[in-house]
Structure formats: structure tokens, C-alpha cells
Ligand binder design. Sequence first.
Ligand SMILES: *[C@@H]1O[C@H](CO)[C@@H](O)[C@H](O)[C@H]1NC(C)=O
Ligand SMILES: *[C@@H]1O[C@H](CO)[C@@H](O)[C@H](O)[C@H]1NC(C)=O
Ligand SMILES: *[C@@H]1O[C@H](CO)[C@@H](O)[C@H](O)[C@H]1NC(C)=O
Ligand SMILES: *[C@@H]1O[C@H](CO)[C@@H](O)[C@H](O)[C@H]1NC(C)=O
Ligand SMILES: *[C@@H]1O[C@H](CO)[C@@H](O)[C@H](O)[C@H]1NC(C)=O
Ligand SMILES: *[C@@H]1O[C@H](CO)[C@@H](O)[C@H](O)[C@H]1NC(C)=O
Ligand SMILES: *[C@@H]1O[C@H](CO)[C@@H](O)[C@H](O)[C@H]1NC(C)=O
Ligand SMILES: *[C@@H]1O[C@H](CO)[C@@H](O)[C@H](O)[C@H]1NC(C)=O
Length: 454
Amino acid sequence: MSLVECVKRWRLQLIVILFIISSTRAEEYRILTTWDNRTIDHLDRPVVIRLERHDESAFKISVDAPFFNDPPNPNGTVGEPFFTLWDYEVVEVFFLNDKNQYVEIELCPWGQHIVLLLDGQRNTIRHSLFIEFTATRNDTHWQGVAMIPVHFLPPNVGKMNAYAIHGSDPKRVYESLYPVAFNSTAAADFHNLAAFKPFNASIIVENAIDAYSDVWLDSFTGIRRLEIKHTWNGTLLDPQDAVELQLETKSGYGLFIKINAPRYGDALPPSPSGWPFDGLSSYEVIHLFLLVENDTKTLELQFGPTGHYAVIFWTNRTKLGDLQREITYKTNGFNSMFWEGEAFIPLAYLPARVYKCNAHSAHGPQGNQRQINSLYPAKSNEVRPDFQNYGNYKAIDMTMIYPGNDDVTCSDVWADNVDCRPEPPPASAAGHAPIGHYALLSLTAFISTFIMVA
Ligand SMILES: *[C@@H]1O[C@H](CO)[C@@H](O)[C@H](O)[C@H]1NC(C)=O
Ligand SMILES: *[C@@H]1O[C@H](CO)[C@@H](O)[C@H](O)[C@H]1NC(C)=O
Ligand SMILES: *[C@@H]1O[C@H](CO)[C@@H](O)[C@H](O)[C@H]1NC(C)=O
Ligand SMILES: *[C@@H]1O[C@H](CO)[C@@H](O)[C@H](O)[C@H]1NC(C)=O
Ligand SMILES: *[C@@H]1O[C@H](CO)[C@@H](O)[C@H](O)[C@H]1NC(C)=O
Ligand SMILES: *[C@@H]1O[C@H](CO)[C@@H](O)[C@H](O)[C@H]1NC(C)=O
Ligand SMILES: *[C@@H]1O[C@H](CO)[C@@H](O)[C@H](O)[C@H]1NC(C)=O
Ligand SMILES: *[C@@H]1O[C@H](CO)[C@@H](O)[C@H](O)[C@H]1NC(C)=O
């Protein structure tokens, strides 16, 4: 190699190195103290958290940490949200703005995570948001990489704190990047926002965020958006084939579901519009399944483009008979390429503790030619769609839009189970008594209001 060539090559390498340095802005944080400012007992291998920008829409959190394997694996699905992850071994990062709004990101060495949005100290308005997260372990260390969408950050984010927890009571250890003064408070409190310290947000975002993202706005108003945009086995659909579902409760009255979907012009069901129709699943239809925690109870709602619907109560693959199954449902899908629907579901129809969901759209003839699309598609080893495969369901935080969701005694329909034919609510009834058909009809005015304001 000639001297000139050698210099040229060297210059090229230098330029590459300079480019890498200038485009990577990362910051490393080491958690060296307990929550109350005592020195940790594994100072030789502290938890290290690295923050950096990934691209316009996401930033990266990398964790390099000792692995205590205590408490054990929470055993939730790897890569998915796990509620109550804070009771396990976990590393957490919080990003705060000047209005006490913050995002809390918890990462577990076993691959589960939980991401929460809070509006004011400890006031959770959203949980179980989805992120990409992978973790690997050996006997003594674990490493994790999480991609966090920048739209999870509140506007004007400017402070942060980070934490790590391991061990089981009475030897549970709480560690903080920015601790409180020794002996200043009685117990660890990760929501002590006064302990947070400023950081330069340009480490994680390219463009300063000065407005609420849609995720924050939806969380304030209690809206959950679901989009069916893959075939049942995971191929991305053309945008015009996608279906949007919007779930919302208004003051605890019921679950409102708005649908936005393409119309394929399949034949109409042979029954009047606006009433339940048992065979709807063979027609042009949208299915929404709401699944209960630790259980196999699902509420299935089927919506057709022309006002036909079906409400099915399941445990496992068994339909529960003879339950009240009328809802209020209106559509405009008779003559258009796209249609919209609005449904009102009494809260009493929801089984208690709904925590996962899936949804599908289907049209075309029965058999191989039927087109079936899914919100959360099947894994690659499945040969045909199976709507009762709970492994394909993913988290939905109903609790934040319907506080009664956590009350196991709340759902009257499910409490009495199979033979429950709900009576009209007594005048004194509190909570979520089932609603008879006439009461439902009288709610139509209420729904019209919903349509106008939405
Ligand atoms: C998760 O499963 C493992 C293996 O069965 C078990 O040892 C562990 O205790 C379980 N974790 C919890 C939190 O139950
Ligand atoms: C476990 O991983 C850590 C960090 O990557 C490494 O330093 C250590 O040597 C590994 N231990 C074993 C037993 O492989
Ligand atoms: C924690 O202790 C260090 C010295 O040990 C001290 O400099 C620091 O101010 C203390 N932090 C708090 C919040 O008290
Ligand atoms: C910590 O606070 C308790 C009472 O709040 C007090 O009795 C104790 O002496 C304090 N310890 C130290 C080391 O300051
Ligand atoms: C934050 O970092 C950016 C980019 O390095 C720099 O331009 C800006 O001055 C920093 N802001 C503060 C408040 O330090
Ligand atoms: C997905 O399912 C369809 C049938 O619905 C099949 O033709 C196709 O090969 C499947 N694709 C994959 C990637 O498995
Ligand atoms: C589900 O299991 C968890 C952990 O065992 C328990 O805390 C929770 O109460 C259970 N939920 C229901 C609805 O039984
Ligand atoms: C549902 O299926 C699960 C797993 O197959 C089983 O453990 C459970 O007992 C079933 N529940 C009912 C009510 O059949």
C-alpha cells in the first residue's frame, strides 16, 4: 500500500469515527445509593443505565445490571406488559416535566415491562403501554435494551430519576440514582418528585416536545384506540383495509365503541338491522374480545356494517347461554365504501377485571377464501385463525377508563353466570345494574350526544 493510499484510508476512518461520535449523544447513569442515600453493597457492579436517541420517534434505554434472581421470574409473557412488576426485580426510569406529569418505565431482567403515564404525583392515568424490550441474563448479570416511543414523554420533559429494586421482604432493597437525605423520610418513595434532577432532554429527543402527544391526550380523556391492520397471521394490510376501534367510557355509564371500517359489499344478514343476529360471524363482521385476568372468560362483541350485532359470553370455548345480550348499536354502512358504527355496551356485561383484548375483521365466503384480519395476529406456527387462543391477546388498561373494572363483585351479569337473566335495576341500586331493553333505548339520546361531541 502506498503512503498516499494509507493516508486516504486513515482519513476516511477518522471521518467515520468523528461522525459516529457526533451523531451519538448518550448519557450513562450509575445507581450508587439506596433510596435514603446509603452506599449500595454491590458498588463494584452497580446498575448502569444508558440513555440515547434512537431516531425521530424513539429513544433507547440500555440496562447493564447485577442479576439477583430475587424475587423470581414473574412469569408474565416475555416482551409484554406485566402489571405489578414493581413487586419483582426491576430497574426503573422516570421522566418528569414542569407540571408534575411523568412517564414511568419499568424493566425486568426476565423480559417483562410496564410503562405508566402519570398526571400529578402518583396519579396514574395509563398503564401497560407497549414498548420493544429484550433482556438477556447469565447467573450474575443481566442486560436489557428498550425502545421507548418519544410520544410517551410529557411535553417539556426536563427532570429524571432512576431506581432499582431487588430482594424479598424483609430484605427488599430499594436503590435510587437521586436519593433523599438519610433518615429524612420513613420509607422509600419513588414518586418523591422533589428528589428528581434536571437532565438535558436532547439526550433522548431530536426535537423538543412542547405539546401533548395523542397518547397523552387519549389518556386524559380515557380513550383506547385499537387498529386491525394485519392479516390474521401477521401480514401488514393496505391502509384502506385497516379497521379502527375506539373504546371509551363516559362517567361509568357504559362502554362506548366507535368503529371505522371499510365496506366490502357482502350480502346482508337475513334479519332486521339494530337487533342481535346469531349467525353474524359468517357475514361481513368485526369481532372484539375482552378477556379477564388469570381466567378464560371473554365478552365477544360482533358488529356488522348494517346495524346487526351479536353479544356472546364465553368461558374457554363454551358459550354461556341465556344471558341478556341487547346493546344499542347504530351504523351508516348501507351504501358507502367505508362505514362508521357506534355501540353502547352496559358495563354489567363486562366480566370483572378485563385486562387483555384482541379484535378481528372478516369478510368474504366461508372457507379458505374468507379474509380474516387481526389486531394482534397469530404466531407463525398457527395454521388457522383461532379467536379463542388467549396467547395472542394483549394488555388493555380498562381500569383507567372504568374504575369498576377491578371490582370482582361489580359485574352483575357475570356474577350470576349462566342462568342470569338480569332484572331491571331497583330504584335504590348503586353501581352497575344490568339494563333492560327499554332502558337501553332511552339511552339513545345520550349516545347522540356522544356522537356529536366525539
Ligand atoms: C415462576 O415459575 C418458576 C418455575 O416454575 C417458579 O420457580 C417461580 O416461583 C414462579 N414465579 C412466581 C412469581 O410465581
Ligand atoms: C455474565 O455477564 C457479565 C456481563 O456481561 C460478564 O462480565 C460475566 O463474565 C458473565 N458471567 C458468566 C459466568 O458468563
Ligand atoms: C448523600 O450523601 C452525599 C455524601 O455522602 C451528600 O453529598 C449528598 O448531599 C447526600 N444527598 C442527599 C439528598 O442528602
Ligand atoms: C433517624 O431518625 C430517628 C427518628 O426519626 C432517630 O431516632 C434516629 O436517631 C435517627 N438516626 C440517625 C442516624 O440520624
Ligand atoms: C442540551 O444539549 C444540547 C445539545 O448538545 C445543547 O445544545 C444545549 O445547550 C443543552 N442544553 C442545556 C440546558 O444544557
Ligand atoms: C397466512 O394465512 C394464509 C391463509 O389465510 C396463507 O395463505 C398464508 O400463506 C399465510 N401466511 C403465512 C406467512 O403463514
Ligand atoms: C390473578 O392472579 C394474581 C396473582 O396470583 C392475583 O393477585 C389476582 O388477584 C388474580 N386476579 C383475579 C381476578 O383473580
Ligand atoms: C378453561 O381452560 C383452562 C385451561 O385449559 C382450564 O384450566 C380451566 O379449568 C377451564 N375453565 C373452565 C371454566 O372450563
